[in-house]
Design a protein around this ligand. Structure first.
Ligand code: MG
Length: 317
């Protein structure tokens, strides 16, 4: 996918981030005492991070999350009024009992390729999803999965569907958002056969009308209907700087996924200090920790490692 030179360029960026992150860790250790007694930090968790472990005992698992220091959660696993088979109203009660507020949810429509023929089906799906989440007082209705975007025309159609989802969500009192992985930083051309990832993907002759999918999503959607939840780890994996994106689109990126290769701060490849600095400068209040890829211990232990990192970090308010 990406050639060797792209990889080296990406690797050197990551190393720089790692060095900066290393410096931060030392600074953090010396200020821990000062920050630990101050006001409670508002730290969110995407519950997908817990995988199946949460469903062994949902009320008990949610209590553990609350005790760790998280205060909000973002749902995953919505299907017909349930979260992984647990009635949503029941789920909300269990969260409240654990001192957690459900502020966001990740939901994907049932189809990946958007066509004129399935527009109605997608709209019906979003209506039900928006109503179900409005009932439990969720603020953000977020699509985490990338639809088919093989060329500029498909990207434009996806943006129309996003705008429509935004209207549906707004009518139900919610805000519709989109969450990225790395392939949104691929590029497309008019009439193209597939998206291309990597700086030199189209070769020496750069075709006309190239668009970066993520930028196109932002520019082709209505700011009053669609916002963006930037996953900072996947932006880096997409060979881009999340801070630069937050600066460029400060009015569109309103929520973050705070994610690392595994437990936060351990890989050394994410400069969370700069990310939080920019988030505060932009007025971003909501973010959710996400954990994937741990190789040792339980998901609960990993999720605890993440919140401990943020609780100790002097750059997290
Ligand atoms: Mg994420």
């Amino acid at each position: 996918m990406s050639n060797r030179r792209d990889f080296i360029k990406g690797a050197s960026l990551l190393t720089l981030g790692g060095l900066l992150a290393g410096k931060t860790t030392q600074a953090v250790a010396s200020t821990t005492m000062k920050t630990s007694s101050s006001a409670k930090k508002n730290i969110g968790l995407q519950i997908y991070s817990l995988g199946k472990e949460l469903y062994e005992d949902v009320p008990g698992g949610l209590k553990k999350i609350g005790q760790m220091g998280y205060s909000t959660i973002e749902l995953a696993g919505y299907k017909e009024g349930t979260i992984n088979g647990v009635d949503m109203v029941e789920f909300k009660k269990m969260a409240e009992d654990a001192g957690l507020k459900i502020t966001s949810t990740h939901v994907n429509p049932p189809v990946r390729e958007y066509t004129a023929a399935n527009k109605g089906e997608i709209a019906d799906f979003w209506k039900r999803a928006a109503d179900d989440h409005a009932k439990i007082g969720v603020t953000y209705l977020i699509q985490p999965g990338q639809p088919s975007t093989r060329n500029v025309e498909e990207v434009a159609r996806v943006c129309e569907v996003f705008n429509e989802a935004g209207q549906i969500a707004k009518a139900a009192g919610l805000s519709f958002g989109y969450h990225n992985h790395e392939m949104e930083f691929a590029r497309v051309i008019p009439g193209g056969e597939d998206m291309v990832f990597g700086r030199r993907g189209f070769g020496r002759e750069q075709p006309k009308g190239i668009e970066v999918i993520y930028d196109a999503f932002i520019q082709r959607t209505d700011p009053s209907l669609v916002f963006f939840e930037m996953d900072v780890y996947w932006a880096v994996m997409g060979q881009n700087d999340p801070v630069a994106y937050m600066q460029k689109y400060s009015d569109r990126i309103k929520v973050l996924h705070i994610k690392d290769k595994a437990v936060l701060g351990q890989s050394g490849m994410m400069n969370f200090e700069n990310i939080f600095k920019q988030a505060y400068a932009n007025g971003i209040k909501d973010y959710f920790v996400e954990l994937e890829g741990i190789t040792a211990g339980t998901q609960f232990e990993g999720v605890k490692g993440c919140v401990d990192y943020l609780l100790k970090a002097s750059f997290v308010k």
